[in-house]
Design a protein around this ligand. Structure first.
Ligand code: CMP
Length: 361
């Protein structure tokens, strides 16, 4: 029988908690063995626990419900943990986790996880960093997957007329081409947003080439969409839509400033941090950012005065870092103002979630 605390000391995530933290957690962990190929959690499900791998291995995959194709995001082994994102952000599971070999895990339920975070808030800092790396990696891999998802569709002209296939391409706003093969002849019909652009068949002109291709009753067709890109938009994006989201942090603590700055810069935000109300107001007037995160205790003001000062010139979303016990008081005092959010100051996951909800364009 192994000593749980000995195992936990080897897990980097727990090491930072020290002896007290480890014993606090040990009492709350449940041990569970898994067979190979067991689904531990599914993408899109709500999250009520996290897992720490003692032995074995899992794969992190993204697999849409309506497809058999899965994308491998990562493999995690002994000492790694997973399932923390849903607990930190309240969002559904970002990926499916499946064991690739018999594995042993510790399970920490959400209620106990919240207790650990309350008692050892620094844990959200290290978890938040890993979470933002994971998020970035998952988004990158999902973007590659969407290139693959644009799979070609093929068939026989004896079963489906080319005219019908071209109508299909138009009604589905195809970006790409239809390739038609008959014997040693190949024709290509190019589309952009469902509008025919050009037709190629030997040296023939577009309209002649199209007439010949439509007359073919045998041969093969292949609809080949261009790869999709995550940043592709329906219409050319306005220049400001390409700008990163701008975030202003107003907080007297350098540690909190740096922590928030690093986290949001990693996921592509432009972040500016200042330490007091006056500098905050000047910066917000100058930058007109997308969202403000402010501590309610500022050296030259408090949260209520700060919000009132901003609302004199801007309706920008403002997120106040408040302790839960003071929140109702702030809500009452600021009830006449719109677009005010509240989160706990140590809860990096909660802060990220609120910013993404209120400030995401
Ligand atoms: P959660 O979203 O709760 O459930 C799925 C889990 O997969 C997620 O938490 C992370 O723990 C894990 N996960 C997601 N993306 C990655 C990644 N890129 N690398 C490692 N683990 C990941």
């Amino acid at each position: 029988m192994f000593q749980i605390s000995e195992v936990l000391k080897k897990v980097p995530f727990f090491r930072s908690l020290g002896k007290d933290g480890i014993s606090f957690i040990v009492e709350r962990l449940k041990f569970k063995p898994f067979d190979a190929d067991e689904i531990i959690c599914k993408i899109g499900d709500p999250g009520d626990k996290m897992w720490i791998i003692i032995s074995g291995q899992v794969k992190v995959i993204v697999k849409p419900e309506d497809s058999d194709e899965e994308t491998l995001i990562a493999e995690l082994t002994s000492g790694d943990y997973f399932g923390e994102m849903a607990l930190l952000t309240g969002a559904p599971r970002s990926a499916t986790i499946v064991t690739t070999e018999p594995s042993e895990m510790f399970i920490l339920n959400k209620t106990d996880f919240d207790l650990v975070v309350e008692r050892f808030p620094s844990i959200t800092l290290s978890m938040g960093k890993i979470m933002s790396q994971r998020l970035t990696e998952t988004l990158q891999k999902a973007a590659k997957r969407s290139e693959k998802v644009t799979a070609a569709v093929k068939g026989l002209l004896s079963e489906r007329q080319l005219v019908d296939i071209l109508k299909f391409c138009e009604s589905n706003s195809l970006n790409g081409k239809v390739i038609v093969n008959r014997g040693n002849q190949t024709g290509k019909i190019f589309y952009q947003k469902g509008i025919l652009q050009k037709v190629e068949l030997g040296d023939l002109k577009d309209d002649e080439a199209l007439d010949v291709l439509i007359s073919w009753n045998d041969g093969e067709f292949l609809i080949e969409p261009d790869p999709l890109r995550l940043d592709e938009r329906e219409t050319p994006a306005a220049p400001e839509a390409l700008q990163p989201i701008q975030l202003v942090i107003v907080n007297a603590s350098m540690v909190v400033q740096k922590m928030l700055q690093q986290t949001f810069e990693k996921i592509g935000y432009s972040v500016y941090a200042v330490e007091n109300k006056q500098k905050g107001i000047n910066l917000i007037k100058k930058l007109e950012p997308d969202v403000v995160i402010a501590d309610v205790k500022l050296p030259d003001s408090n949260g209520v005065e700060f919000v009132q000062a901003i609302r004199e010139f801007s309706q920008i979303p403002i997120i106040l870092l408040t302790e839960e016990r003071n929140r109702e008081d702030y809500r009452a005092k600021l009830s006449s103002f719109q677009e005010i959010g509240y989160t706990r100051s140590q809860e990096l996951g909660e802060i990220m979630h609120t910013v993404q909800q209120m400030g995401g364009r």
